[in-house]
Design a protein around this ligand. Structure first.
Ligand code: ACO
Length: 315
């Protein structure tokens, strides 16, 4: 049994903040941000929430797939920015879309979260536990951003993306995922129940260390997933990477010696939306007809934890 994506959706906050507006908040400028990151704008939730964005993306994905909400038997939401601890965002989505037959839970693996949620749902479908799954990445990172820290606030944005997964006859794909808890201190957000110092409630990051980690580990993860599935890079049509920084995407393409045209980006419009970035890009490519049935797609995430992962799917 293999899993196929039979619908995609996304929900993006209405408010768009471009680099010029950001440069009124911190000492930065449009040219620096574009050159160092590829980001030109990001969308910020003013009236939207992590739950409303997740539900919006889920509804759009179901509509795109032609599948009813009652048919969904699993909802996983990947998020690091839910408004409340309980109930989980996935249960809220269930309520809002009327998916009364679904098992629902959240998953926290930062920017690797969507790929890990996809792997979890795919494994459940392959094992025969579930038939139809909604996998959602939804984030309001603006709430965890220190708007006085130019090293981080230029990077992040809000949004949600979702895919509908179903089982189909055929051979399943083997994913790859890895974590390194010893290096967790390079990217943190300590808001929660413990005692913290001022500033630790926001995302704090050693940008250069995260950059080096991503450039080293993402190509390794992709090579590993290709090897596990016995597929050469020439057979891959698209590498859809977590959208953190254009220079990271370019460096991964160089390491893999693959043409940059196989690495689509949309961080110029949305910034880094953590676990939403991959499904939002999948939805953009699906709705514009860029993704064609039968194409081979590799998705790869990396982020806090540290965690990194890659999966392969047939469109
Ligand atoms: N505007 C203008 N100048 C700036 C800014 C800014 N926003 N930020 C830093 N600078 C300055 C620095 O002060 C420094 O000046 P100096 O040379 O006079 O000291 C210079 O620009 C270079 O700074 P660096 O920190 O070396 O810049 P770098 O090229 O490393 O880019 C960046 C920083 C964009 C953060 C980069 O390191 C990066 O993208 N890292 C990866 C981040 C990432 O992907 N994180 C998310 C992971 S996913 C998740 O799980 C949430």
């Amino acid at each position: 049994m293999k899993t196929v994506i039979c619908g995609t959706g996304s929900a993006i906050p209405e408010y768009r903040m471009d680099n010029c507006e950001l440069s009124q908040l911190v000492d930065t400028n449009d040219e620096w941000i574009r050159e160092r990151t590829g980001i030109q704008a990001r969308h910020i939730a003013k009236k939207e929430t992590t739950v409303s964005l997740a539900a919006g993306a889920a509804k759009a994905a179901l509509e795109n797939s032609g599948i009813s909400s009652e048919e969904v038997d699993l909802i996983i939401v990947s998020t690091i920015s839910s408004e409340v601890i309980l109930p989980c965002t996935a249960c809220e989505v269930q309520r809002m879309i009327g998916a009364s037959n679904a098992v629902c839970f959240d998953l926290n693996a930062a920017c690797s979260g969507f790929v890990l949620a996809y792997n979890t749902a795919a494994a459940g479908i392959t094992a025969g536990i579930y038939k139809t799954a909604l996998v959602i990445g939804s984030e309001c990172l603006s709430k965890l951003t220190n708007w006085k820290d130019r090293g981080t606030c230029i990077l992040f944005g809000d949004g949600a993306g979702a895919v509908v997964l179903k089982g189909e006859e055929g051979e399943g794909r083997i994913p790859f995922a890895c974590s390194d808890g010893e290096s967790g201190n390079v990217l943190t957000c300590k808001t929660g129940l413990g005692q913290i110092s001022e500033g630790e409630e926001y995302m704090q990051m050693d940008g250069q260390e995260v950059f080096k980690f991503a450039v080293r580990k993402v190509p390794e993860a992709i090579r590993e997933v290709l090897s596990r599935n016995n597929i050469g890079p020439e057979k891959v049509d698209w590498y859809i990477l977590h959208q953190a920084n254009k220079r990271i995407v370019e460096a991964v393409a160089r390491h893999l010696k693959e043409p940059i045209e196989k690495f689509p980006v949309n961080m110029q419009e949305y910034g880094n939306t953590s676990s939403a970035s991959i499904p939002v890009l999948l939805d953009d490519m699906n709705r514009t007809g860029v993704l064609k049935r039968g194409q081979t797609v590799v998705i790869a995430g990396f982020g806090a934890g540290l965690t990194w992962c890659a999966s392969m799917l047939e469109w």
